[in-house]
Design a protein around this ligand. Structure first.
Ligand code: B12
Length: 494
């Protein structure tokens, strides 16, 4: 069987980084790791071609070549997934779909022949066996969680690495916490399942041997879900792996209790980590209690963020407005928190209730569910629930908040707060030709033609004189700011 592995297009969103990628001539932020992993699970002798439509076109020739299409995607990619499915159907291919989009809403896709839902480690082998017997079913699903120590390494050779700004790798799945709005535990469970340090090293070797020298994102739901294994096995192995090489910068996602563990932060920085995404959600203690965000409660969140930044890890953060306990004063409180924290990349969204979450169940019971699904884009200002403060007040407050924190004046002020606090990590993103050109491109686009030109040169000169080694990071932050402002303008115009 000739297999086409297909990854749909992202819309222009906060996380697409579309407007920032242009500066470094990259076509997408990250590769489709799920599909690369599926590729490695399929029989070796089946010829495979991966088309990520974020980086290249799906041509008629591709469709004519293949017998079967394997499609992946997240909810946010549903429109493009529909178009791709229609084209595959027209071309007469057998269509097999899996991944988060289809696990959440497979009943919306009539033209798919076989759904391989949940974790493919468990649901793909029965499909392959049934295909061999000539009697494949329509749906393969499971309520079990697999042992990811048996997950094969992604087939990096299926993609052209140079089109991506960063690579990704997955060490663990699942999260020990139980936040009411989060679907991670519904999708991946409470128990943190981990790959072995040896598997991770083999995966890193795979991409390194393929020529990759840029940053790597550990796409774990909570990287510090098992601190013991990290300290005793994975981090020592990563520290060892970096030796004798041009070191690779890592980043990941973790819970805020990372701030309580100085030795862990030190080891992470030593292993090459320079940034971490944290679900801060809200400075409102009642809202944290309402959504059961235990790990954020009863602590000085601002101090925690500072401690992490001072250890050498940039904090990027997720924030939510629209909890039942929020009053209209929340917008100003969030603004003050975000500005003081120096969290430059602050993803703020309205509270949503994705299917499968406890919040979804509660909203349905309370008759407050507006639609059955959420847009899938956390930062588009939409929600599928009726908020206590009223939709209009929430939307208006949200738009003002976003315009405030991403206005050049406040964005650059926040960047400066961060740069003052941040301990420069020892591993630096390698400066390739495109990154050098990005310096020129940003000085022209932001420094000459941009609305932010005054703030741009102010921060550049400040960095040059006060923290010269941070200059590449300052340029990156300026470019991100440009992307975020474009997204805000776009969403507010809609
Ligand atoms: C990395 C990541 C991203 C990257 C995307 C990188 C990329 N190109 O894929 C970035 C940072 C850009 C991102 C952004 C967002 N993400 Co995201 N992201 C993740 C994360 C953390 C890891 C995904 C991953 O690579 N996993 C590793 C691979 C190996 O696993 P996998 O893709 O799930 O694949 C397995 C199965 O799903 C299945 N499978 C996958 N594809 C296919 C295809 C076929 C044919 C088959 C048979 C099986 C199959 O088999 C694989 C092996 O088990 C997940 C959480 C998670 N733990 O998965 C969230 C997740 C996928 N993201 C999610 C969301 C909502 C978003 C955002 C909308 C908002 C946000 N959370 O911030 C944005 C939107 C993106 C955009 N551009 O607008 C949701 C998706 C929910 C849904 N039902 O669609 C998840 C599940 C997190 C969550 N809490 O709900 N994300």
């Amino acid at each position: 069987m000739r297999i086409l592995l297909l990854y749909p297009k992202y819309p222009d969103t906060f996380w697409s980084f579309k407007h920032a990628l242009k500066f470094i001539h990259k076509r997408a932020a990250l590769p489709p790791l799920g599909l690369l992993t599926i590729g490695a699970m399929l029989p070796k002798e089946w010829p495979k071609k991966l088309v990520d439509v974020n980086v290249t076109k799906l041509t008629e020739k591709d469709l004519a070549w293949a017998d079967c299409a394997f499609i992946s995607g997240m909810v946010v990619q549903r429109e493009s997934a529909r178009e791709i499915i229609a084209r595959c159907k027209e071309a007469g291919l057998t269509i097999i779909a899996g991944g988060p989009l289809f696990t959440s809403e497979y009943d919306q896709f009539e033209d798919v022949d076989h759904f391989v839902l949940n974790e493919a480690e468990l649901t793909l082998p029965p499909l392959l066996a049934d295909l061999e017997k000539g009697c494949p079913r329509h749906i393969y699903e499971t309520s079990e969680f697999c042992d990811i120590r048996k997950t094969p390494a992604p087939l990096w050779e299926l993609i052209d690495l140079k089109h991506y700004a960063s690579m990704s790798i997955q060490f663990s799945r699942g999260c020990p916490f139980n936040c009411e709005f989060c679907n991670v535990t519904a999708l991946f469970g409470h128990r943190v399942r981990m790959k072995t340090a040896e598997q991770i090293i083999a995966e890193l070797d795979g991409m390194y041997n393929q020529g990759w020298r840029g940053s790597v994102f550990f796409v774990d739901d909570n990287f510090i879900g098992n601190k013991g294994y990290l300290k005793n096995h994975l981090l020592p192995a990563l520290i060892q792996w970096q030796k004798g090489k041009k070191e690779i910068p890592f980043n990941t996602e973790a819970s805020v209790n990372l701030a309580d563990d100085e030795p862990l932060m030190e080891m992470m920085v030593k292993a090459g980590f320079d940034a971490v995404f944290i679900g801060i959600e809200t400075p409102n203690e009642e809202s944290l209690a309402e959504c059961n965000k235990q790990q954020n409660k009863n602590r000085n969140l601002l101090e925690s963020v500072k401690r992490i930044q001072q250890s050498g890890l940039q904090v990027t953060g997720g924030f939510i407005v629209g909890f039942d306990s929020d009053t209209p004063s929340i917008f100003q409180r969030q603004i003050e928190f975000i500005q003081k924290s120096g969290i430059v990349t602050a993803m703020v969204g309205l509270l949503n209730a994705p299917p499968g979450t406890r919040l979804y169940k509660r909203m349905r019971e309370e008759g407050r569910l507006l639609i059955d699904f959420s847009s899938g884009d956390n930062a588009d200002g939409s929600t599928n629930i009726l908020p206590k403060m009223g939709l209009d007040v929430l939307r208006e407050g949200y738009e003002d908040l976003m315009q405030h924190i991403y206005s050049p004046k406040h964005y650059y002020k926040r960047a400066m707060t961060f740069l003052r606090e941040y301990k420069r990590p020892k591993v630096r993103t390698p400066l390739d030709f495109q990154r050098l050109l990005a310096v020129v491109r940003s000085s022209i686009r932001l420094g000459i033609f941009g609305k932010e030109r005054f703030q741009y040169w102010k921060i550049m000169f400040w960095t040059l004189f006060c923290r010269p080694k941070m200059l590449p990071l300052t340029i990156t932050l300026a470019i991100y700011g440009y992307h975020f402002r474009k997204i805000c303008t776009l969403k507010i115009a809609q």
